[in-house]
Design a protein around this ligand. Structure first.
Ligand code: ADP
Ligand code: ADP
Length: 229
C-alpha cells in the first residue's frame, strides 16, 4: 500500500531578503512497511525532505499525500494530530530529557494526548527494560538511542523518521540500532525513512533515494536488502 506520495514538491526558505530553494520538483512514493534511506551530500536537502514527510514543516509548492490525505490541506489542529499520532522521530543526538529516567523519557509521549503502549513494554522491545530507572547520562550512546527508539515506537506510529540515527555512534553500536530500525520495517511493518550520508546503509534499505542539489536524482530498489546485523 502506498503510504506517502510527493507530487512536484518544492521548498523555499526565506531569510530576510535571501531566498533559497532547498527542494524543487520532488516526486516520491513510499510504501507501507518500506525501509527507505535518503542518501546525499551535506546540504542536498535530505533533512528538509524528512521535515516535510513528518509534517514538521510545510511545502512551498506541490502536494504531499499521507494515506491518501493531502497534508498541505490540514489545519493546525489536524496537523498536530498527524504529527502526534502517526509520526515517530529519531534524532542523531537522541534528544532525551537529561533530568528524566529512561522510562520517564518514554512515558513523556503520553503528554501528546495519544494512546501509548506500556512504556516498560517499549523499553523491553529495545532490550533496555533493566535500565528503566537510569538517567541518560548513565547510559551509553547506543543505549540512549535505543531509549529514543522506544520513545518513538511507544505510540505505535505508522511512520518512523530517523535523521542520521547512527551519526554519533561507533560501528558496532550503529549496527544494533540499524537492526532495530530494520526490524521495525520487516517485523512490525512500520514505514521507516532514514537520512544518512553513509553509503553503507544503502545495502540494508528496500529503497534508496539519492538527493542532490534539492532534487531526487535517483531511486534504487533493493530486491534483496542485506540484514543490518
Ligand atoms: P541535508 O540534510 O541534505 O544536509 P538540508 O535539508 O539540511 O540538507 O539543507 C538543504 C539546504 O537548505 C541547505 O543549503 C541549507 O543551508 C538550507 N536550509 C535548511 N534549513 C534552512 C532554514 N531553516 N533556513 C534557511 N535555509 C535552510
Ligand atoms: P495490536 O496489534 O493488537 O494492537 P500491539 O500493538 O500491542 O497489538 O502489538 C502486538 C505485539 O507487538 C505486542 O507484543 C507489542 O508490544 C508489539 N509491538 C507493537 N508495536 C511494536 C513496534 N513498533 N515494535 C516492536 N514491537 C511492537
Amino acid at each position: 500500500n502506498l503510504l506517502i506520495k510527493f507530487e512536484n514538491v518544492g521548498k523555499i526558505y526565506q531569510t530576510g531578503q535571501i531566498t533559497y530553494e532547498a527542494l524543487k520538483n520532488v516526486n516520491l512514493e513510499v510504501y507501507e512497511g518500506e525501509l527507505v534511506v535518503l542518501l546525499g551530500p551535506s546540504g542536498a536537502g535530505k533533512s528538509t525532505l524528512l521535515n516535510l514527510l513528518g509534517g514538521l514543516d510545510g511545502a512551498s509548492s506541490g502536494n504531499i499525500f499521507f494515506a491518501g490525505e493531502n497534508i498541505a490541506e490540514f489545519d493546525d489542529k489536524r496537523l498536530g494530530q498527524f504529527r502526534a499520532k502517526d509520526v515517530g522521530i529519531i534524532f542523531q543526538f537522541y534528544n532525551l530529557v537529561p533530568t528524566l529516567t529512561a522510562i520517564e523519557n518514554v512515558d513523556i509521549i503520553r503528554e501528546l494526548g495519544v494512546e501509548i503502549m506500556d512504556p516498560l513494554k517499549a523499553l523491553e522491545l529495545v532490550g533496555l527494560a533493566d535500565r528503566k530507572d537510569n538517567f541518560p547520562a548513565q547510559l551509553s550512546g547506543g543505549q540512549q538511542q535505543r531509549i529514543s527508539i522506544a520513545r518513538a515506537i511507544v505510540k505505535r506510529p505508522r511512520l518512523l523518521l530517523c535523521d542520521e540515527p547512527t551519526g554519533a555512534l561507533d560501528t558496532g553500536t550503529s549496527r544494533e540500532v540499524l537492526k532495530l530500525l530494520q526490524d521495525q520495517s520487516r517485523v512490525h511493518k512500520k514505514t521507516v525513512v532514514m537520512v544518512t550520508h553513509n553509503n553503507l546503509f544503502a545495502d540494508i534499505a528496500d529503497k534508496v533515494v539519492y538527493v542532490k542539489n534539492g532534487t531526487v536524482v535517483d531511486v534504487v530498489h533493493n530486491d534483496n536488502p542485506k540484514d543490518a546485523f
